[in-house]
Unconditional design. Structure first.
Length: 57
């Protein structure tokens, strides 16, 4: 996917409990978390940046 992928794009379907890779826009760290966890405010485990960022490609 070329465009930024936002949490709002994920909706509340079957994908919400799926674990995906996230990429922090601040420090560049990648980590796995569910969509629900990110919607609930789970932050980057490296720098603590809480903005959603994008799922890693």
């Amino acid at each position: 996917m070329d465009a930024p992928f936002l949490l709002e794009d994920m909706g509340y379907g079957a994908m919400r409990e799926r674990e995906v890779w996230w990429l922090c826009p601040e420090c560049g760290a990648a980590w796995r978390a569910t969509v629900d966890a990110r919607r609930a405010g789970a932050a980057c485990p490296v720098c603590g940046h809480a903005t959603a960022g994008t799922p890693a490609a």
